[in-house]
Design a binder for this molecule. Structure first.
Ligand code: F6R
Length: 606
């Protein structure tokens, strides 16, 4: 969701900005733009609707510079248009601004300070850049003073990331952030700014984290950070280990297929990272101790991460015997449940930046509670702000639809639950040979992936012609049904619902018509026959039934049979055919699999 890039002190500013924006494409956007300045009086503003490819095509050979800013916009205030794309510019064309977040009081600011200004866009962003300009012109403030004054007028608690350039002093970048992700990168003779380290990994691996409320002045050779109280801050950089190759699609038509295919390796890597041959784990003993002190675990997540959390509840309760609740982040923040006496919070977030989850973490920290973030992105906001972090190590997930992060989240939850359970001397945890199980999972995943052509045929037969579909299951299979349905709907636009199979007959079965696809997920001994009965009920009403069944409970006529692993971690396997079914449905409908409409990868607004 909206991406920011900036550079000062590099003659290749244009290509650095365009490549950076390309790397941020995955976040979701509908228009993009750059502003560059060559420090010798030439400057260029180029903006386009649609893809970065359109922007790149619009950047003529004359466009050059050594300093500049760029943006991918995901429309909030004002429709998708070139005028509303960023950078936004002040009336006198002196100031250029890119911005993420929402200026909640933009109407009030416009009415109070800018009634004499002619606006060229409908954005809240333009209000900010016009304010800076106004304060410089009319109050004789320096650019930095005007920038600070404009920030001070924003509604308290607003979330924003600003990157401003003054064309009268173009090699200085002015940066501010609150709640919205933004990093400064330290290059050789140049410095950069980006929403995600991925965007600038070709320029540098050294980054500075920025904290909420900080304001930064960046020149080619210096970075000055000022905290909320106005004090200068000295901060060490952190090193980001990322191979630029990780973000390449290689020969794959879409990232989603690449990421599905990567799952067996992610499982093996997680086993190697966290599980020792001796049966012990490498999980931080302090984290284990803190969880063991808790009387209740609260798992927080959104979308796919929430679904991984549901499976986590089962894992934690079974292996640690600590009661566990799972909450949708956007609900928890405003509908807080009664907390136990000693809660411990676990945040599941692939990106580590989701605003809804972060809002909960801010409250958790205010209450002085301990927390863990399980994330794929090192040094992401939720990772920095939680007490502990466990990394998924799944490599960058670029496709909007999350696949390998979901399975990695479940595997890490299983590892943690085992570690805590072993510390509590729970026999189930001690006897759970997760290292061996994850090896079996990897093999089982590979077997499904190897048969992907058959899954494509099923997608064509069942889902491509459908407008509505159901995934059903019980217990842990129900949790996977929710994820399977989300995958299908978000990239194929087939209206899909995940349902507890026993609940269908209490109303929703009315939606089953001739040929409505219903997929039963059947992996648990104690519920297999019940789900089969529920499938029969839909069959009698005309449904087109498919089954994804674990070998140990499979029948001769099951559609997809998956390998036997411990029932507790069956979601690691049962979700894979569903991911592939969603992928091939989208592909065969001619849709953009990686960038479904209306969606953003990193959802940084509440
Ligand atoms: C769906 C999907 C989303 C994310 C959700 C939370 O495929 O990817 O539902 O899971 O937006 O994102 P993270 O995990 O980054 O907090």
């Amino acid at each position: 969701m909206c991406g920011i890039v900036g550079v000062t002190g590099n003659d290749n500013a244009v290509s650095i900005l365009l490549e950076g924006l390309q790397k941020l494409e995955y976040r979701g956007y509908d228009s993009a733009g750059i502003y560059v300045n060559d420090l010798h009086g030439e400057d260029y503003l180029v903006k386009e609707k649609g893809r970065i490819a359109n922007l790149t095509a619009a950047v003529g050979p004359e466009v050059h510079g050594s300093t500049g800013i760029g943006h991918t916009r995901w429309a909030t205030h004002g429709g998708v248009s070139v005028a509303n794309a960023h950078p936004q510019v002040s009336e006198d064309h002196r100031f250029y601004l890119v911005h993420n977040g929402v200026i909640e009081n933009f109407k009030e600011l416009k009415a109070e300070y800018l009634s004499d200004v002619t606006f060229t866009s409908q954005t809240d962003t333009e209000v900010f850049v016009q304010l800076v300009d106004k304060f410089v012109r009319e109050e004789n403030l320096t650019t930095k003073e005007a920038f600070l004054k404009s920030i001070s007028l924003l509604k308290k608690g607003s979330s924003y990331a600003f990157l401003l350039i003054d064309s009268n002093d173009p090699d200085t970048l002015y940066v501010a952030k609150n709640k919205s992700p933004l990093l400064v990168g330290l290059g050789e003779g140049c410095n950069v700014v980006c929403s995600d380290a991925l965007a600038m990994i070709n320029v540098t691996h050294e980054f500075l984290e920025l904290k909420d409320g900080e304001v930064v002045t960046i020149k080619p050779q210096s970075v000055e950070i000022i905290d909320q109280a106005g004090n200068q801050v000295d901060r060490d950089s952190f090193h980001v280990e990322m191979d630029a190759q990780d973000t390449d699609k290689g020969t794959y038509p879409y990232y989603m297929l690449k990421e599905i295919d990567e799952q067996p390796n992610v499982m093996r890597k997680l086993a190697q990272t966290y599980l020792l041959e001796s049966g012990k784990t490498t999980v931080d003993p302090a984290l284990i101790e803190d969880i063991n002190q808790a009387d209740r675990l609260y798992i927080i997540g959104a979308g796919t991460s929430y679904h991984a959390g549901l499976v986590g509840k089962k894992l934690f309760e079974k292996l640690t015997h600590i009661p566990t609740e799972v909450h949708v982040a956007s609900e928890f923040a405003y509908e807080k449940p009664l907390l136990s006496e000693h809660p411990f919070f676990i945040f599941l977030t692939q990106s580590g930046e989701t605003a809804d989850s972060r809002e909960v973490l801010v409250n958790v920290n205010a209450g002085d509670y301990k927390s863990l973030t399980i994330t794929n992105v090192q040094n992401s906001t939720l990772s920095r702000e939680a007490t502990y972090t466990m990394l998924l190590g799944a490599g960058p997930e670029i496709s909007v639809a999350s696949t390998k992060a979901y399975t990695a989240q479940i595997a890490v939850e299983a590892i943690l639950a085992k570690a805590v359970g072993m510390a509590k001397e729970q026999i189930v945890a001690e006897e759970f040979d997760l290292r061996q199980q994850l090896g079996l999972v990897a093999t089982g995943m590979q077997a499904i992936i190897d048969e992907k052509d058959q899954v494509e045929e099923l997608a064509k037969e069942y889902f491509v012609p459908a407008t509505r579909a159901f995934y059903i299951g019980r217990g842990i299979d129900y949790f996977v049904s929710l994820e399977a349905a989300l995958k299908l709907k978000e990239i194929s636009y087939v209206q899909a619902e995940g349902f507890a199979s026993g609940e269908l007959k209490h109303g929703t079965i009315a939606l089953i018509e001739e040929n409505t696809p219903v997929v039963g997920i059947i992996t648990q001994d104690d519920t297999a026959s019940l789900t089969r009965s529920n499938l029969q009920e839909t069959l009698s009403r005309g449904a087109k039934v498919m089954t994804i069944a674990r070998q140990g409970v499979a029948n001769a006529d099951d559609t997809i049979v998956i390998a036997d692993v411990d029932e507790l971690i069956m979601p690691l396997l049962s979700v894979v055919p569903a991911q592939l079914l969603a992928y091939y449905t989208s592909l065969n409908k001619g849709l953009d699999v990686d960038r479904p409409r209306n969606l953003a990868k990193s959802v940084t607004v509440e």
